[in-house]
Design a protein around this ligand. Structure first.
Ligand code: CTP
Length: 420
């Protein structure tokens, strides 16, 4: 988790009229905890969800929604011009439309027109509204102008329905805001730490289970922590992320779509389905290399068995099948595929040699070599990695999995931008 010093940074937090406005209360609190000076600018409709008193108490400032109050201070110009960051949490379909067409019919839209700083919007609405052609075009217009528009998370919406349209959780929104401010004053997406905006990244994580019978399986103890850290980092940097989760213990980050899988065959199927439209694929999962040739339909009983002999057959090498499919697909040049390898080696040079051979064998663009010589395998929050490309080592990290994820996503982003 990046915690840049945000003391004294001026944030204008616009709130549009959607039920998710309640989550913005927590964002105000967290930004103030980080030292920010926060001015909340709700729309008139936002006040139907969360009242003026709440915003004033949380921000410590008087609340205006229109341009007719405190006119001597010209807040509609001053607020935008002096802010370090303007954010809209949540941005409704109506707000996106007004911002895209340059309307100036309330204080928030005036602020958006006078902002010199990065602007980030967090849309939240029903799936139909988010996917409507009008909203899609408005979002594209805003992004073209340098506004960072985060894709909403998928999950439960108001009422019984679920799908894309959900506001990310306050901690994620706050972290994105702090990162953007740390990234500098330019409003471009890349400068605002959003180098993966518009990219689709598919990350596999966890360990697969191969069923022996209805109650038993062969598996491994991969926690999924590394894959989750990578998914989180990519999402924070603007990517749409799909996490293909094999029996993970780690909690998935809130802003990503999760596709649960159980066995290596499931993993191969789902990755094969997602791969053609992915800009980058990270195979952080630990798939079982072998599966029982036959799965018993009923529980295997111990009576009558002196022991049990299993016959195992090899599973699909998912990574290899993804790089092979890419090689066949003329449309997929530029896709970046990242593999992992946990290896033991007597020294670093030997580790690099083993890694280079595996990278070539698997046909991937980057390989994250995990030195497990000291017995550190799964479930630890720290790790030691070397990222290699066909040209040699790209990065080395001995630290937390979050720090490793930053280095891995840096390398991935670098290759994506080179178009190789
Ligand atoms: N992998 C995969 N499908 C498998 C096994 C592994 O896609 N059935 C992927 C892993 O997700 C990882 C990479 O391949 O990204 C390397 O895994 P590893 O187990 O080191 O590869 P192997 O080819 O099994 O190498 P070894 O023979 O050294 O075990």
């Amino acid at each position: 988790m990046v915690q840049p010093d945000a003391t004294g940074r001026r944030v204008v937090l616009g709130v549009a009229g959607g039920i998710a406005a309640y989550k913005a209360c927590e964002v105000v609190r967290r930004l103030r905890d980080a030292g920010c000076d926060v001015t909340v600018v709700p729309t008139a409709n936002a006040l139907k969800f969360v009242g003026e008193t709440t915003w004033a108490a949380l921000s410590g400032k008087k609340i205006n929604t229109d341009v007719w109050s405190d006119v001597t201070e010209v807040p509609h110009v001053r607020l935008g011009q002096t802010a370090d960051l303007v954010m809209v949490v949540p941005a409704t379909a109506d707000l996106l439309s007004r911002a895209a067409t340059g309307r100036a019919d309330d204080l928030l839209t005036n602020v958006l027109l006078t902002a010199h700083c990065p602007v980030v919007m967090f849309p939240a609405m029903h799936t139909e509204m988010w996917q409507h052609a009008a909203t899609v075009e408005n979002v594209a217009t805003l992004r073209r102008r340098g506004v960072v528009v985060k894709d909403p998370a998928s999950g439960r919406l108001t009422g019984a329905d679920s799908g894309p349209g959900r506001l990310p959780e306050p901690d994620e929104i706050t972290e994105i805001a702090l990162r953007i401010m740390a990234g500098g004053a330019e409003a471009s997406a890349a400068a605002a730490g959003q180098d993966l905006a518009g990219r689709h990244v598919v990350v596999s994580a966890g360990g697969t289970h191969e069923a022996l019978d209805p109650v038993r399986y062969l598996g491994n103890s991969s926690s999924g922590l590394m894959g989750v850290a990578i998914a989180r980092e990519a999402a924070l940097r603007g990517a749409r992320v799909t996490l293909v989760a094999a029996n993970m213990q780690a909690t998935p980050p809130s802003g990503v779509e999760v596709r649960p899988v159980v066995s290596t065959a499931d993993l191969a199927r789902v990755m094969g389905e997602l791969a053609p439209a992915a800009d980058a694929i990270v195979m952080a999962a630990a798939p079982a290399d072998f599966t029982p040739e036959q799965q018993a339909d009923s529980k295997i009983k111990k009576d009558g068995h002196g022991g049990l002999t299993l016959h195992l057959v090899q599973t699909t090498d998912v990574l290899k099948s993804l790089t092979a499919a890419r090689a066949q697909d003329g449309e997929r040049t530029g896709q970046v595929i990242v593999g992992f390898a946990a290896e033991t080696a007597p020294d670093h040079d030997e580790l690099l040699r083993i890694g280079a051979a595996k990278l070539a064998r698997k046909g991937c663009d980057l390989l994250v070599l995990n030195d497990v010589s000291g017995g550190k395998v799964f479930g630890h929050s720290t790790t030691q990695i070397t990222v290699i490309s066909p040209d040699g080592p790209v990065a080395e990290v001995a630290g937390t999995k979050s720090e490793a994820a930053v280095a891995i996503v840096d390398a991935l982003s670098g290759r994506l931008s080179q178009g190789v």
